[in-house]
Ligand binder design. Sequence first.
Ligand SMILES: [Zn+2]
Length: 335
Amino acid sequence: MTSYVLLGLAALQGANAWGSLGHATVAYVAQNYVTAQTAAWAKGVLNDTSTSYLANIASWADSYRATAAGAWSAPLHFIDAEDNPPTTCDVDFARDCGAAGCSVSAMANYTQRAGDARLSADHVAEAVRFLVHFVGDITQPLHDEALALGGNQIAVKFNGFNDNLHSDWDTFMPEMLVGGSSLADARSWAASLITEIDSGTFKSAKASWIAGDNTGDVVTTATRWATDANAFVCSVVMPNGAAALTAAKDLFPTYYDSVIGTIELQIAKGGFRLANWLNMIFQNEIAKRDSLVQRDLRVVDDSELDGHMFLPAPRPLSKAELARLAVGYECNHKH
Ligand SMILES: [Zn+2]
């Protein structure tokens, strides 16, 4: 009984995650730091060669979970840290990742699937769409917190509106900073964050954002990301407790001023991490596999062409060739 109630409550958490502005900005930042090969791979997987190939799908997971077919995926957008802010903040994967899964277990599942040659193109594309979204979600401190359903039940007033703390962090405070929520707004916010990463406020910290990240040990990596963001629940999100926020006359401007720098940091961090993560998946899985396939093809060509004077120049494999060479079978969709 209790677990059903908890599951039901968990499903309500985080109606929007970072709003579409935050997720698209994470995606644009990531697009700046992926290698040319990773970008080409991702564009092919997503079947989108536009300059918004990651931004266009960054909020797909939020739309999907709002559908009947995608309702199962709602718990994957967060991890419910059962800590005690503002006194103690911590994430414990074994304690906090529910039976229905969480953002950390989802990162592990979809990282594996994004590099799995046995899966259909649709399933690989789905895995990449989930990864682009969940790397962003994990950097939002209230997506790593169980208290009051990640702050969804903390009633506050912001800039004259009655809303809740979670949606202010996801959506309304970022939108106040940027002045809109369109892809163009996200692109311009990303440009300023990229400047901070390359030569400004975040220049010296960026290496620490990805230190130790390992696609071969996703649970450890993603739990570290969640722990990093969860610490801000105690230090920045509610340093004086939730009741103080509800009692505040308006979170704008004093509270907003005290947290907006952390929101910028977390969006920048999410984008930088996402790029590195996709680069690692490409290098460790896709590029390795393609080089093996290429070598095997060359052996076949060599034997077929034995005695001929000219060998064909190496060329990229067609999708049909790759599909033939991959040991193809469809996996059932893993939840
Ligand atoms: Zn989400």
